[in-house]
Design a protein around this ligand. Structure first.
Ligand code: URA
Ligand code: CA
Length: 432
């Protein structure tokens, strides 16, 4: 087989065989096929697309390029949730204990990474003593006994995806549905769960800016998952404005506690129920999505979900008293209000730019070396569609530096007030 012939085949719009796709991904991972040929191949895919079969083969070739996680020592159907990334997305912190409270195993492997705020692990580390440096055996034992544990990312998963993603980044081939879908799904499949629930975001703060593109990506990923034996469902949700009211690490832990208590922001609760019911259904604990949703509401009402969160914190070295005493979370030195400059209704809160403002305060990492300040961030007092009077606070800035003029300027540039505005639809679609 020669790579040049396979590039030509895809360039001419023909379908590649499983063997041909394996040849390309194996050769690329080993370094036998050079970047310039894979660049041309990625561009050919960009223009000619891939069939569903080719997409599934590409995904599995990337899964098999490195190590995979074996969760077979954990009893029950393991369901993982993945979000394509948003601003102030507190769903994992809520969903993990919520679903575990229904005896569904939550074996979460998580990273830190770059972003507007830290990742799930950083957020949990806002709880004093909480740590994820546990052994694989401890992890498995905790999930079997308590149905919930989080461990830091280990192992060399999907090296082919790492290499290909970096190459796409510099060859204008990131925005191709078959490549995005196989990239995301390869990582989820290598992480070992039996079923996958996807939260595909759309809007200013999302990778997919339009609902149509998000829908196409969701269908592509659901099709890949189901055709390789991992039951997959998706929710397409709004990320034109930040989710919930908190953006920041400790602030989002508090928001998750409030939501588990049934007293959180309504949009965050709605999305957690939309994702959670798919998780419960795929874990075979309910016969319909409606029944699954009722079960989730019941563990919120009864306090069982909140108890599960306490248990989870204590198991991993944290102080569970934080759940009943917000003063135990790190607190920023300054709380600065951002007043509205006119009367009207909030028409825009540009999600990604507001996320960047939170990062400027220190809530997230700009580079791998940056230190995160767990206490800082933003609390939204108004969301799109809310009425506001001049002088009323739009947001509270939680900062450890006194002068936040740069943040204020950035926020005002990304908040629009108009005579009339309506709250955006949160759940655009579900793909099952
Ligand atoms: N996120 C990924 O992990 N891969 C892509 O290709 C795009 C977004
Ligand atoms: Ca939030």
């Amino acid at each position: 087989m020669r790579m040049v012939d396979l590039i030509a085949k895809k360039r001419d719009g023909k379908e590649l065989t499983t063997e041909e796709i394996n040849f390309i991904i194996n050769g690329y991972t080993k370094g036998d096929i050079p970047d310039y040929q894979v660049s041309a191949f990625a561009m050919a895919i960009y223009f000619k697309d891939m069939t569903e079969r080719e997409r599934a083969d590409l995904t599995m070739a990337m899964v098999n390029s490195g190590e995979t996680i074996d969760l077979s020592a954990i009893e029950g159907v393991k369901v993982d949730k993945h979000s394509t990334g948003g601003v102030g997305d507190t769903t994992t912190l809520v969903l993990a204990p919520l679903v575990a409270a229904l005896d569904i195993p939550v074996a979460k492997m998580s990273g830190r990474g770059l972003g507007h705020t830290g990742g799930t692990i950083d957020k949990l580390e806002a709880i004093e003593g909480f740590h994820v440096e546990i052994t694989k055996d401890e992890f498995v034992n905790l999930v079997n006994k308590h149905k919930i544990a989080v461990i830091g990312q280990t192992g060399n998963l999907t090296p082919a995806d790492k290499k290909l993603y970096a190459l796409r980044d510099v060859t204008a081939t990131v925005d191709a549905i078959p490549l995005i879908a196989s990239s995301i799904m390869s990582k989820k499949i290598a992480a070992g769960s039996d079923a996958i629930v996807l939260d595909v975001k759309t809007g200013a703060g999302a990778f997919m800016k339009t609902a149509e593109d998000a829908k196409e990506l969701a269908h592509a990923m659901v099709s890949i998952g189901n055709s390789v034996g991992r039951k997959t469902m998706a929710v397409i949700s709004d990320m034109s404005q930040p989710l919930g009211v908190a953006i920041g690490n400790a602030l989002e832990v508090q928001e998750a506690i409030d939501t588990l208590r049934g007293q959180g922001p309504k949009d965050l609760e709605e999305l957690c129920l939309a994702l959670g019911r798919q998780m419960v259904f795929l874990a075979k604990k309910a016969d319909s999505l409606e029944e699954a949703e009722e079960m989730l509401k019941e563990v919120m009402r009864s306090g069982k979900a909140l108890e599960k969160f306490k248990e989870f914190i204590a198991n991993q070295g944290g102080d569970p008293a934080v759940v009943d005493d917000p003063d135990k979370l790190p607190k920023a030195a300054y709380q600065i209000e951002l007043p509205a400059r006119e009367d009207g209704m909030v028409a825009e809160l540009v999600a990604d730019e507001i996320g960047t403002a939170a990062m400027l305060l220190g809530a997230g990492r700009a580079t791998k070396e940056s230190e995160i300040d767990l206490a800082v961030g933003l609390m939204l007092n108004k969301k799109i569609g809310d009425k506001v009077k001049a002088g009323e606070s739009l947001m509270t800035i939680h900062s450890n530096r006194e002068n936040v003029d740069d943040v204020i300027e950035m926020l005002y540039a990304n908040i629009r007030i108009a005579d009339h505005a309506e709250a955006p639809v949160l759940v655009h679609d579900i793909v099952t």
